[in-house]
Ligand binder design. Structure first.
Ligand code: GDP
Ligand code: IMO
Ligand code: MG
Length: 421
């Protein structure tokens, strides 16, 4: 059986922390999509670790970690990440497995990403510029390179065909490149990658599950960045929702049991695109500072705003969430009033449903305000000990979404987590 952890907003909900907290209950953690556009932070023993491609169970020695076939891997970033986590005490040569079918991000994919974004001008997506979209385009266009290819004798020839394609594209964009500068690090990183266990993860996972092992699938990005159901075109290039687990790991749908959906007690977004409850003002700046809302991967300031229940309900529906987790409510401590958006008014009609395009709709968010709470929530261990004002706010959210929130995260550390009985 396989359970899933994923984000219900625009990413950065705290997936890394929650996976790390849940890992003791699992034998396997498997990333199913995305790539180094992700930045998943975890904290324990006073140390913060940020993971991009590697699953967040890597610091638990008992746990097998799998990079699934739905993931795109940049060998150069991967090498740096491995070196960093090894210093942090992980042993990835022992407990990390990589799908032979995961696609490779080439240095030219990154350049094409940059050229394409520059070409979009003011309509740019605000991509992390990690080469994500060009790599998934090559995958869908059936011209990509996969991890399994690096073991073939003719890998360099295969590489050259794809790279030549990219050079043509870059010439068309009039984007500069210097292959002699970018290729040596890539080929060095390819050699590095060869030391790892490159396997057929479909059979591997099936065998593990048949042996009764418990698997946790780790999502990246968030539901509102899903290629099909997110705020298109301001999305990423993979399926971030529960459906992506079947594609990205090669597991059958009936194997999926629990779906842990994570949401922040407010909202953030990095990059361009619609954000109905955004507070592009002093209040938003206060939220950014209090929540330290700066990208874990790019360091970019995250846009901030209030909790948005119409999109949250949509995300819960799409993913079939069974277990809800709320993070970062500690950040709101000390704010006098906490507004929650319960519906949208669009051209005179009020609804809690998402319109065809959040980009073009003229959305006027409808709020209900709650009295805030004060004090440090991070050391509280029991739900009953949380401030009454917090519980009133949470009760409203639960009534609106029709599901109980099982876990409240009140700080970045593993230990700062309240599980409701
Ligand atoms: P992810 O991409 O979903 O894994 O989230 P990120 O790691 O990009 O961003 C979440 C940030 O919030 C990280 O800096 C975490 O350490 C931090 N964090 C996670 N949960 C909490 C929480 O409950 N409270 C606070 N204050 N910080 C948290
Ligand atoms: P985690 O896993 C937040 C955003 C980018 C951009 C859009 C497309 O840490 O939650 P891409 O590089 O994928 O082509 O960018 O998606 N984005 C994220 N925002 N958290 C992430 O990952 C993100 N991964 C991509 O900012 O708007
Ligand atoms: Mg992140």
């Amino acid at each position: 059986m396989i359970d899933v952890v994923l984000g219900l907003q625009w990413g950065d909900e705290g997936k890394g922390k929650i996976v790390d907290v849940l890992t003791p209950q699992y034998d396997v953690v498997a990333r199913f999509q995305g790539g180094p556009n992700a930045g998943h932070s975890l904290e324990f023993n006073g140390q913060k670790h940020v993971l991009n491609t590697i699953p967040s169970g890597i610091f638990h020695k008992h746990c097998i970690n799998i990079i699934g076939s739905g993931v795109v891997i940049d060998p150069i970033t991967f090498k740096k990440e491995i070196e960093k986590i090894t210093l942090g005490g992980a042993e990835p040569l022992v407990n990390l497995y990589i799908s032979e079918k995961a696609h490779l991000i080439l240095p030219t994919h990154r350049l094409v990403d940059a050229a394409s974004e520059a070409n979009k001008g003011e309509h740019k997506i605000g991509s992390t510029l990690r080469g994500i979209s060009p790599t998934y385009q090559d995958k869908i266009g059936r011209s990509g390179l996969r991890v399994g290819d690096i073991l073939a004798a003719n890998f360099n020839q295969k590489y050259e065909v794809v790279a030549a394609n990219h050079r043509t594209l870059l010439d068309r964009f009039n984007h500069p490149y210097n292959m002699a500068e970018i290729e040596p690090a890539f080929f060095e990183a390819i050699e590095f990658l060869k030391q790892f266990k490159i396997v057929n993860t479909e059979y591997f996972l099936d065998d593990l599950m048949n042996d009764g092992k418990k698997v946790l699938a780790e999502g990246a990005q968030g539901t509102l960045l899903d290629i099909d159901y997110g705020t298109y075109p301001f999305v990423t290039s993979s399926n971030t929702i529960t459906g992506g687990v079947c594609n990205g790991l090669g597991v059958a749908p009936q194997k999926i049991k629990k779906v842990y959906g994570i949401f922040k007690a407010y909202c953030t977004r990095v990059g361009s695109g619609p954000f109905p409850t955004e507070q592009d003002n002093e209040q938003g700046e206060e939220l950014r500072q209090l929540g330290r809302e700066f990208g874990a991967t790019t360091g970019r300031p995250r846009r901030t705003g209030w909790l948005d229940l119409p999109t949250l309900k949509y995300s819960i529906m799409l993913n079939g969430v069974t277990d809800l987790i709320c993070t970062k409510s500690d950040v709101l401590s000390g704010l006098g009033e906490i507004p929650v958006c319960h519906s949208y008014e669009i051209d005179g009609t009020v609804s809690d449903k998402i319109p065809y395009s959040l980009v073009d709709a003229n959305i006027n968010p409808q709020y209900q305000s709650f009295t805030g709470w004060t004090g440090d929530l991070s050391k509280i261990k029991n739900y009953h000990d949380l401030p009454e004002t917090f519980k009133t706010y949470m009760q409203f959210v639960e009534d609106q979404i029709g599901l109980k929130v099982n876990t409240i995260s009140v700080g970045p550390d593993r230990d700062e987590t309240i599980v409701r009985s």
